[in-house]
Write a protein that binds this ligand. Structure first.
Ligand code: SAM
Ligand code: SF4
Length: 344
């Protein structure tokens, strides 16, 4: 055992690591297998062998923001924009329900058309289907978050993207790091199960700042952490940047599992996109959630945040069967409950 594998072995029980230890682990690739195995043990002990499926509905690709990495950014004029009707969102929520998913995730660009009233109408209608509702709509006011919560929404995902303030502000024109953090605090105060996460492999991102990202997740006691490698997208300012490294993303995820043992962690689509077994590797390195896409084909093809999104060409029905077989091949089952965080 190297010095670092002893540190990792100890963290399996203490669930703590210093920033210096995290940096050393992230820099040393000789301990990757041991790190992944340790995170897998922690996952099994705290959240078990069940995988929670959350049906993803990408209901609008219209966005007022200009995030440098994202294909949906406002200035990308090559995107064919859409927003779904209330009826279409409800139809897709029913598709998710019929596939036995217990949660729908409503995700969109920051689209002002969907006022708080319109969102609450959608949330209330979906809650009548006895589904948990997760929102991923970007930065809103405290009052808007409260209205969504009062309408019955259960969870909210808002990645911090990076805790390096200078890097954050260089990639997000007209947005502030302080407001991002404030939004996350507001989401917690309103009572949401709050999810955050980061991109791994952004240009000019340091290993030190990834260690800060992990400690940030721990510090705010995130209920969910979703992270993935950065994938350069054509027609964006970062189109010629280097693609993120899957193994570095898996390491950030594995350390997050060790430090936050009872939270929900998705095996993200970006991981599967970058390598065809990325999702399975993630599920064996700390992840316990998968978010299959139930957005219909036509819209799915227009919701291009990065190229080559995995699962794009398969129907929602076939995809569920495919996932079920994959999961049983690694000894995992699909959960039949809502999959809220059980604090331990
Ligand atoms: N607009 C909402 C927001 O930004 O929170 C939700 C939709 S946004 C497309 C969801 C996530 O996609 C972002 O948090 C970001 O981390 C991720 N994303 C965007 N562009 C990406 C890229 N090029 N590679 C990997 N992930 C990306
Ligand atoms: Fe809009 Fe979200 Fe993409 Fe930023 S990451 S441009 S907020 S959809």
């Amino acid at each position: 055992m190297t010095e670092f594998s002893e540190i990792i072995a100890e963290s399996e029980n203490t669930h703590t690591l210093t920033k210096a230890e995290i940096i050393s682990i992230l820099k040393d690739d000789s301990i990757n297998e041991f790190l992944f195995k340790t995170a897998d043990n922690v996952r099994q002990k705290y959240v078990g062998n069940e995988i929670h499926l959350r049906g993803l509905i990408e209901f609008s690709n219209i966005c007022r923001c200009n995030c440098f990495y994202c294909g949906l950014r406002k200035d990308n004029l090559s995107v064919s924009r859409y927003r779904m009707s209330f009826e279409e969102v409800l139809r897709l929520a029913n598709v998710a329900k019929n596939l036995d998913y217990k949660t729908v995730v409503l995700q969109s660009g920051e689209d002002a058309f969907f006022s708080a009233d319109k969102m609450c109408e959608i949330i209330e209608a979906i809650k009548k289907l006895d589904l948990a509702v997760t929102l991923s709509l970007g930065e809103k006011t405290f009052e808007e978050y409260k209205l969504y919560k009062d309408a019955g929404a259960d969870r909210y995902l808002l990645r911090i993207e990076t805790t390096d303030k200078d890097l954050y502000e260089s990639l997000h024109p007209n947005m502030s790091f302080e407001n991002r953090v404030k939004c996350l605090e507001n989401l917690k105060e309103v009572g949401f199960e709050t999810g955050t996460g980061c991109l791994v492999g952004l240009p000019n991102q340091s290993i030190e700042s990834l260690a800060d990202d992990i400690l940030f997740f721990k510090n705010i006691d995130a209920d969910m952490v979703g992270l993935g490698p950065f994938i350069p997208c054509p027609q964006t300012p970062l189109q010629d940047s280097k693609i993120g490294n899957l193994y570095l993303a898996l390491k950030v995820m594995a350390i997050t599992r060790i430090l936050l043992p009872d939270i929900n962690i998705p095996a993200t689509t970006a991981m599967e996109t970058i390598q065809s077994n990325g999702r399975i590797l993630a599920l064996q390195s700390g992840a316990n959630v998968v978010m299959p896409n139930v957005t219909g084909d036509e819209c799915k093809q227009k919701y291009i945040i990065y190229p080559g999104k995995s699962g794009e060409h398969i129907s929602a029905d076939d995809y569920r069967k495919f996932l079920s077989e994959k999961f049983s091949s690694i000894g995992r089952t699909i959960s039949v409950d809502f999959g809220f965080r059980m604090k331990k």
